[in-house]
Ligand binder design. Structure first.
Ligand SMILES: [Fe+2]
Ligand SMILES: [Fe+2]
Length: 420
């Protein structure tokens, strides 16, 4: 990265980490009808079903009761414009329900307020910008849990004023068996993933082993509490693509927890990446890493197969290389890592960058780059990644739990295409 670029970015990051003035709504809006505080509202969070430039999904988990409507307006509105009904559905086998309302037809790059009937609080959020020419930041990570480190990184993440957070598996470690743990994760997220202006930070996720009872190769129903929350993005398959206007696509994969890596998912991935290979920003996220930093990449059995990431490397990495994926976000090993740009497993300046390895709230000692030549750098620190996208440039900054910059790298534009 050019030193001036790096300094400029770090300066901005430091400014964002500084305390800010209290957030206040600039104009008065008539309060919604209120009778009682809505139960479960302390787990309210935002996610997406479709293009985040024009829509958002509001959800919370609470005991059964009336489904209150959601009212919204843009930040300058004097009155509530839209009234959206809420639907409910079971939260797995728990006594609680998932309450859901989707706002659509929103204006890109715009701030909104909303309120839930019966609850006095007014919430704020913003839609994604319409075009890639706007600079924006998002944060990513994985392997959170509900401990103090996870909360510290939530608070640090929110200070970066990201447009959204991408948590790629192992959210609360509910293991498909603990509704309380799944709910505790949401409550932490709801409380702390609010930026310095009071805006909620939408949550995008993909599946990890600790969302699934049994971890790997299980039916969809074994992700007991995951799909009741996130099936807006995964109505049928357990992998998907989320397109932000025409400038960013997130391709979110299932590393064998419900859907096998080979077969239908890989076929889908080839077509999905081919359709998006010219996007300015094409980013893949998956839970189990192709290039692990803690576990062994090769097995020790008779065949020598089935090391961690073996399926990814066989079936997915060639597609990432062929279709110009800009960066792959990996997790599960509970370290910080950055690989060299890799082509066929070897450093290559036109290769694909892999960032990981999931230590938002969980930690293990990484293997050194000397022992794993595909690794460029590793670290043992609770961390999250800040991704700043400017036009066709990407800056990736790893922040440790204290806010210290652990690593900075940049990727520019698209690599030479390798089609055919
Ligand atoms: Fe994990
Ligand atoms: Fe995991």
């Amino acid at each position: 990265m050019h030193p001036l670029d790096r300094r400029g970015f770090l300066g901005t990051a430091a400014a964002l980490a500084a305390p800010s003035a209290a957030f206040a709504d600039p104009l008065p809006v008539a309060p919604p009808p209120r009778e009682a505080v809505v139960p479960g509202i302390d787990s309210l969070f935002l996610t997406y079903r479709r293009d985040p430039t024009t829509s958002v999904v509001i959800q919370w988990v609470g005991y059964a009761g009336p489904a209150p409507a959601v009212r919204h307006t843009d930040l300058l509105g004097f009155s509530w414009e839209g009234v959206t009904p809420t639907t409910t559905r079971p939260f797995g086998d728990s006594p609680w329900l998932v309450y859901r309302a989707e706002l659509t037809g929103l204006t890109p790059g715009t701030e909104y307020r909303f309120a839930v009937d019966g609850h006095p609080r007014t919430f704020r959020f913003r839609t994604m910008p319409a075009r890639a020419t706007d600079t924006f930041t998002f944060v990513s990570g994985g392997d959170c849990g509900v401990n103090a480190h996870a909360v510290a990184n939530n608070i640090l993440a929110a200070k970066q004023e990201p447009y959204f957070a991408l948590i790629a598996g192992d959210l609360g470690y509910d293991n498909g068996t603990s509704a309380r743990t799944a709910l505790a994760f949401l409550k932490n997220y709801s409380r702390h993933m609010v930026d310095l202006h009071g805006r909620l930070i939408p949550l995008v996720t993909c599946l990890g082993n600790h969302e699934v009872k049994g971890g790997f190769g299980k039916p969809r129903s074994a992700a007991t509490y995951y799909f009741p929350l996130f099936d807006v993005l995964y109505p049928e398959t357990t992998y998907t693509a989320l397109d932000f206007g025409d400038y960013l696509s997130l391709v979110l994969l299932d590393t064998g927890h419900v859907s096998p890596i080979a077969g239908a998912q890989t076929e889908w991935l080839g077509g999905t990446l081919a359709d998006r290979q010219d996007r300015p920003h094409l980013i893949v996220a998956n839970h189990v890493p192709a290039y692990p930093s803690y576990r062994a990449p090769t097995g020790t059995g008779i065949t020598g197969l089935f090391g961690t990431g073996d399926g990814n490397r066989r079936h997915w990495c060639p597609l990432f290389e062929r279709y110009n994926v800009d960066v792959v976000l990996e997790h599960h090993d509970h370290t910080f890592k950055r690989t060299h740009p890799l082509k066929d497993g070897r450093p290559d300046k036109n290769g694909v960058l892999y960032l990981g390895d999931g230590s938002w709230g969980m930690l293990r000692p990484p293997v050194s780059p000397e022992r794993r030549p595909y690794l460029a750098t590793v670290g043992r620190a609770y961390h999250l990644s800040v991704h700043r996208l400017e036009g066709n440039q990407r800056f990736h900054v790893a922040l440790d739990e204290s806010g210290k910059v652990a690593d900075v790298t940049a990727t520019y534009g698209k690599r030479p295409a390798r089609r055919g």
